[in-house]
Design a protein around this ligand. Structure first.
Ligand SMILES: C[S@@+](CC[C@H](N)C(=O)[O-])C[C@H]1O[C@@H](n2cnc3c(N)ncnc32)[C@H](O)[C@@H]1O
Length: 176
């Protein structure tokens, strides 16, 4: 839909379904698309390597995270990808609030390892936008989608850690 010059996708499954392979092969922008299977979003080294390979120094316009929906791996890939966005670039986190809308739903059972406080990442990004709008300029929330806009500051992808940028008040509020 966006006609990107390059679109890269990362997926933990070992391979694509046959239908996906067929869809991709027939897509008008197939030659712009890179797919990376067997890639865990929590594997920082692999993700950095693949991003360098696909994009080099070129900044990203848009990231859409619809992967593990667990706090740890999502935080890892957010810290790698967010500073690679261009100023004004957009980071979308799908189902950021799933633990909350599933709570109490009849027939839905949480496995312990699924409950990681995923929404915390969005709370952190919101407090960063309050404290340092040059880093996160805006956070827009819908029930199932969080849209986090990158500010204009230079960000060092090697050092970037979103939870270190909330200021003391933010840290107090989230008891970090
Ligand atoms: C909710 S599905 C979304 C798939 C696709 N975006 C869509 O809308 O059809 C989540 C996908 O994330 C993948 N996934 C889960 N954990 C992951 C991880 N740690 N790293 C990368 N991908 C992961 C799953 O295998 C699954 O294909």
């Amino acid at each position: 839909m966006f006609q990107p010059r390059r679109l890269s996708a990362f997926e933990i499954a070992k391979r694509a379904s046959d239908n996906f392979d067929k869809f991709l092969a027939s897509h008008p922008i197939a030659s712009c698309i890179r797919t990376h299977f067997d890639c865990d979003q929590g594997d920082a080294g692999k993700l950095k390597h693949l991003l360098d390979q696909d994009f080099g120094q070129e900044p990203l316009d848009l990231v859409i995270d619809d992967a593990s929906h667990l706090l740890g791996p999502t935080m890892t890939s957010f810290n790698i990808l967010f500073p690679r966005l261009r100023p004004g670039g957009v980071f979308v986190i799908e189902d950021w609030s799933w633990e909350h809308y599933q709570e109490g739903r009849p027939g839905f059972a949480f496995a312990d390892e699924m409950v990681t406080g995923f929404a915390r990442l969005v709370l952190i990004a919101s407090l960063v936008s309050a404290h340092q709008p040059d880093v996160v300029s805006k956070v827009v929330l819908m029930r199932g989608i969080a849209v986090i806009y990158r500010g204009t500051s230079e960000l060092d992808p090697e050092e970037f850690a979103i939870d270190s940028l909330m200021g003391e008040r933010g840290k107090q509020l989230l008891s970090v």
